[in-house]
Design a protein around this ligand. Structure first.
Ligand SMILES: Cc1ncc(COP(=O)(O)O)c(C=O)c1O
Length: 460
């Protein structure tokens, strides 16, 4: 960036935040009432702690295409899209028709149906991995993938990227999120539990390394090898999607592929967020590096809870021979498989990715222009349907740079600004937008206009 970023006035940010928070509170009194009712028997008034928000969550009523409406009747363009699951837009007619047809033929047998086979064939084609299994969520997919890696290698330890989220099971609820101030030296990052209830023995079995630093990964692997605890797997997002959007530096994924292969470590690409959202074959296609195992969920089900694990013949052999027990009553549920099939065959087609790429380019360009015109400390970054404005004076490449540079106050203000102007965004500074195939120029221009208004008020 050629210009020096404006030094933002912190008092003004605080004033604008107070004003916008009041405005949102006034507009969401129905959510306030619903919250009071919800808290009686729903713990915290929500179904998942990620839905919590002060002073109350915004309760949604319905969605159609690129829009959602809350219980107060407020209308929003949806850029949250269910934590990036609804890249098809809400209530897509093709998925609706498939689910309706399936419902009248029965919805659950705990025996395979033909849709499960077709979905597996299509995923194999897109990801270049021959063997697939299903789960009901991203967490189940990463949990089972780690077990498969352990079964395949006969080893216990897990290597992950510091700050990366892979779901809510013990082995990966370690060194994630933005909770930590002291993370340790780059070559010796700490294993820190994310919340209570995770046994220390499990914490000690997961080791974290920085993103975009193949050297640090290799050194840690060498050390673990000398300690007699070579990892079973490296689990990672090829592009980090929970520190805003952090793209892999050129050559990084190739180096990781080479290091893991050389050491006989199973490489797991967790594509729960990137898969089906940034290309037909996810990050694997986009960046041209293939892992041993891939995990999918979110956008795969088109609004239904479906996860999947794909793998090489060699690694998935332990599932096929029964030595690793990969199971689940609802795995491959017919309703979910009908939705996934319609999603893959009729919605997330090559045309869909061309649309998403074009829209994302438009929104990224729009945000970049606003940043340059107002000399804001930040930059716009994205890939496929995903992107964000990262409020940081310098480029974020890993957890350390994110933690050191991200502007928490500005992120909170941006979210409130969006909500008050009809833009439903994922709350949290670590989140990004997800576009859907039903978004239009009008939708992304509305996002940019809202950002422009905030930039104007901040810098006038
Ligand atoms: C990269 C990644 N992996 C796994 C998960 C867990 O998926 P789920 O919430 O469906 O269990 C998430 C959820 O946000 C995720 O972002």
């Amino acid at each position: 960036m050629a210009t020096t970023p404006t030094q933002l006035d912190r008092t003004k940010i605080a004033e604008l935040t107070a004003r916008e928070a009041q405005r949102l509170n006034d507009a969401t009194r129905g959510s306030e009432r619903t919250y009071a009712q919800a808290r009686v028997h729903l713990a915290g008034g929500v179904a998942s702690s990620y839905q919590l928000r002060d002073p109350w969550p915004i309760y949604m009523e319905r969605g159609s295409g690129p829009k959602v409406w809350d219980v107060d009747g407020n209308e929003y363009w949806d850029f949250h899209n269910g934590f990036g699951s609804m890249v098809q837009g809400h209530a897509h007619p093709a998925i609706g028709a498939a689910v309706q047809a399936r419902y009248s033929s029965g919805t659950h047998f705990a025996a395979p149906t033909s849709d499960a086979i077709v979905v597996g064939d299509e995923l194999a084609r897109r990801w270049g991995l021959p063997k697939w299994r299903y789960t009901n969520s991203g967490s189940e997919a990463t949990m089972d993938a780690i077990r498969i890696a352990r079964g395949h290698t006969g080893r216990d330890t897990v290597m992950k990227i510091f700050g990366s989220y892979h779901g809510h099971h013990d082995a990966v609820m370690i060194s994630i999120g933005v909770a930590y101030d002291a993370i340790g030296d780059r070559d010796d990052l700490a294993s820190l539990p994310y919340g209570a209830g995770i046994p220390q023995a499990i914490v000690d079995m997961t080791v974290a390394v920085p993103f975009n630093d193949a050297g640090a990964m290799e050194r840690r692997i060498e050390r673990m090898k000398s300690e007699g605890r070579l990892p079973a797997c490296v689990i990672m997002e090829p592009a980090m999607m929970n520190l805003g959007v952090v793209l892999p530096e050129p050559g990084y994924l190739e180096e990781v592929r080479e290091i893991t292969r050389r050491n006989g470590i199973v490489l797991i690409f967790d594509e729960v967020k990137t898969g089906l959202c940034i290309a037909a074959g996810g990050a694997t296609e986009r960046f041209g590096v293939t892992a041993d195992l891939v995990t999918l969920a979110k956008a795969l089900g088109g609004g239904f809870p479906v996860g999947a694990i794909g793998g090489t013949e060699e690694v998935m052999a332990c599932v096929e021979d029964g030595s690793v027990v990969q199971v689940g009553t609802y795995n491959g549920n017919p309703l979910c498989m009908a939705a996934a099939r319609a999603n893959l065959e009729q919605v997330m087609t090559p045309d869909a990715y061309a649309t998403l790429d074009r829209l994302n380019e438009r929104i990224l360009e729009g945000c970049t222009t606003v940043i340059e015109q107002h000399q804001l400390p930040g930059y716009a970054v994205g890939v496929g349907s995903k992107g964000c404005v990262t409020f940081s004076p310098s480029r974020i490449t890993d957890y350390e740079t994110f933690k050191a540079n991200q502007d928490v106050d500005l992120c909170e203000l941006a979210w409130l600004f969006n909500m008050n102007r009809g833009i439903f965004m994922t709350p949290g500074r670590e989140e990004e937008w997800t576009l859907s195939v039903t978004h239009t120029d009008e939708a992304v221009d509305a996002y940019v206009a809202c950002f422009e208004e905030m930039a104007f008020e901040l810098t006038r």
